[in-house]
Each structure stands twice: as C-alpha cells, then as structure tokens.
Write a protein that binds this ligand. Structure first.
Ligand SMILES: [Zn+2]
Length: 373
C-alpha cells in the first residue's frame, strides 16, 4: 500500500469546528444505558474530519507501524463515497492472516467508528503480550467509517448522486444485480484484495429489552445468515455455521464478567433470525463474485455487534458514550484474542442457544418471512 502522511489534512481538520447539535429523545425512566433520558448530544460524535485527524495522529505516533491510506491510494476502480469523500482504511500488524473490521456502514450508528479508533490506538501503542500476539498473528484492515456521507448527514443510508437522490442502505447492496452505490463497489474490490480470514462489523440497534427478563440490553450479537437457517449450514461445508456460533459464545462468556454489559442475541420483530444475502457480512460468507473480482470464490465468516441506541432516534443517551464504546472494545478484544489463541474454536457451538433470545419462529429473508420448519 502507498504510505502517505496526512499532515496537511490533519491541520485542516483541526481547524474545522464541530457544530453542536442535539436531538430530543422520548421520555423514558431508568438508570440503564443507553437511556434517552434528557437529550442526546451529537456534538461529541466522531466526524469525518475528526476521524482523518485522529488517524493521522495515530499513524504519526504509532510504535508498531500503523498505515493509513485511502482507497484512491490503494488504487481501487471506485474509490470515493457518493458525495466524493475519500474512503479510509488503516492497517496494522504483520501476521499472515488478514482480519476485516468495519464500523459505521450505517451513518446514524456512530460508535463502531469510535470503538475501532480506540482499538487502533491499542494496536498501535500497546506493548502487552496480548496485543503483541494479535499483531504477530494478524494483519488488521480497519474501516472506521464505511459510510462517511451518511455519517455526516446523520442518516442510515448513503444518497445516490446520479440525480435520483435515492437513499441506499449500504448493508443491502452487496448482491448480484445491485452494487448501486460507489461505496459498495470500492469496498468490495478492496475486500477481494484482502481475502480476510474473518471479520467483525459494528452497528447500533434501537433500545431493546431482554426476552423473559425485560432487562435493558446493551449489546446484541448477530450473524446475518442465521445459524441453522436456510443458508449458513450450506456454506463452507457447515464451517461458518459452527464458527460464527463459537465466536458469539466466546464474546458472551468473556463479557459476562462486566456488570455494566447485558448481552443477548440479535433478532428482529421479536423472534425472527435474519437471513439476508445482500448484507456485506452475508456476501462475504457467500463468497460473492461481483464483476469477476472474486473468481476463486473466497469467502470468510463474519459476525456483527449491535450497540443499543442510535444517533438519529436520539436514543444514544447522554452518559452512555464511554460505556457503549468500552463494551465494543472489550468485545473486539475478546473475540480477536480468542480467535488468535484458539479459544474460540474450542467453544461448544451448541451453547449459542444459551445466549438470551426469544424462541425463533421464522427467518427474515430477502424475499420475506420464512417460518422456521
Ligand atoms: Zn446498522
């Protein structure tokens, strides 16, 4: 990859002023986090410019060779967002296996970005045995802000600039006959170069309560092709159906020691597992060959994290920022370390059933609801 220092960009970013805005949230009582009580301040959220400045600073101060570059510098055919923003990647580590970490594909789901920046800081400066192992075993490809346009607009989507102003959900766009948005083309091509061993995608959901207890959920663990569902058991001779469950069991166990974290399984409409093929994480597991860029049919397992609350509903909460980010960082550390040491691969995949969830009644697929047999 081309190396480039971002001194001028960093200086420009430092001059930009984040305009404070706030979003009113509905009145709900409760000390749990996130809580929409009061007002959700978006002034503290990472902006595109502040991300660039922070990446430049981390690259400058890194002890372990953090490399920051744009997809234009990487030379992908499409390399900017719909509105023309550069798309940023940071790599670190010297290991033989590549790991894909992405955040903020939905622009109104901010803390994936913040969490990955916090992880990058550790990867680039932490001399502990744990982080040394991670850098030796893996090369990380970190995308803190997959959707910069939506992030700046505080919306889920990107907006097509072909005159239609159509809003596109970038997490439904990696599909045969789709790839409507420039971001999808750009990151897909980059993915075909990286051929990651596995990856993690960080999102937010609405405020959620645990099935059966009504306790506030702070983090949901998800797989976009349901384990045991119509699709996943057919991929990689069933290996992803096993490994993605093991990944979630491991994170669930490791984070249960933190009293401020309450984890469940990601579900929609109460009791549905998702089985969508057009999500980025799904397309990676399916080994999608778009434009002939993946002729060997590379595929890799992926899981996602869903932090509760988002910035456009005003439900991030006023005081939950630190804990929301910290739980993501702990979850990332747990999963990455567990994969590196082999602890994840030793987990009992059947224990995925122990992670709190509603009894599954159906699968939400691209073509509608499919009842569970
Ligand atoms: Zn999302």
């Amino acid at each position: 990859m081309n190396r480039r220092r971002f001194t001028s960009l960093a200086a420009a970013a430092a001059l930009s002023v984040a305009l404070p805005t706030s979003l009113a949230g509905p009145a709900l009582a409760g000390p749990e986090f996130p809580s929409p009580e009061g007002r959700t301040s978006t002034a503290s959220l990472m902006t595109y410019d502040s991300m660039i400045a922070e990446l430049a600073r981390l690259e400058r101060t890194s002890r372990y060779g953090l490399d920051v570059f744009t997809l234009a510098e990487a030379g992908t055919a499409h390399s900017t967002s719909e509105q023309g923003r550069d798309l940023y990647v940071a790599t670190i580590g010297s290991g033989p296996e590549n790991v894909w970490l992405q955040g903020r594909i939905h622009g109104n789901e901010p803390y994936g970005g913040e969490s990955l920046m916090a992880l990058l800081k550790e990867l680039s400066s932490n001399g502990s045995a744990t982080y040394r192992t991670l850098r030796e075993k893996y090369t990380f490809h970190v995308i803190p802000m997959y959707n910069p346009d939506g992030s700046e607009l505080n919306i889920r989507h990107t907006v097509l600039q072909d005159g239609s102003e159509e809003r596109i959900d970038l997490n439904r766009d990696w599909m045969d006959g789709k790839f409507v948005a420039a971001e999808s083309e750009a990151f897909y091509e980059y993915w075909t170069r990286v051929d990651p061993a596995f990856g993690i995608d960080i999102h937010h959901q609405g405020l959620k309560r645990e099935h059966g207890t009504d306790d506030a959920v702070t983090l949901s663990l998800g797989i976009s092709l349901a384990p045991g569902g119509p699709t996943l058991p057919t991929l990689a001779d069933g290996a992803y159906d096993v490994l993605t469950r093991q990944m979630q069991v491991h994170v669930y166990d490791e984070l249960s020691r933190y009293g401020y974290v309450n984890i469940d399984r990601y579900q929609v409409s109460g009791s549905y597992e998702i089985d969508i093929h057009g999500g980025v994480t799904s397309a990676m597991m399916l080994g999608l060959n778009h434009n002939g860029l993946n002729p060997e049919g590379h595929s890799n397992p992926m899981v996602f994290f869903e932090t509760s609350g988002n910035s456009s509903d005003g439900s991030l909460g006023q005081k939950a920022r630190g804990r929301s980010i910290q739980q993501n960082v702990r979850a990332l550390e747990a999963l990455l370390t567990g994969m590196a040491t082999g602890a994840v691969q030793q987990e009992d995949p059947e224990r995925w059933e122990e992670i709190p969830h509603a009894p599954t009644t159906a699968y939400l697929t691209d073509s509608g609801i499919v009842p569970k047999p």
